[in-house]
Write a protein that binds this ligand. Sequence first.
Ligand SMILES: [Zn+2]
Length: 62
Amino acid sequence: MSMALPDTRDHRTFERAKVELGRCDVCGTGKAVYRSREEQAKVCEGRYARLVQEWNKGEEVR
Ligand SMILES: [Zn+2]
């Protein structure tokens, strides 16, 4: 197993929040809508989509 990149978090630990979270932890500009208790992070819609994308890439079988 390789070390995870700083901005590579497991999207499965994130869940859509029902309350205001403030700014996204990753880009610092977007409105955070997903949060992870495990990762102690909150991310915006766009960043969350990226997490899922990166995850799917990692799952690809060559
Ligand atoms: Zn963001």
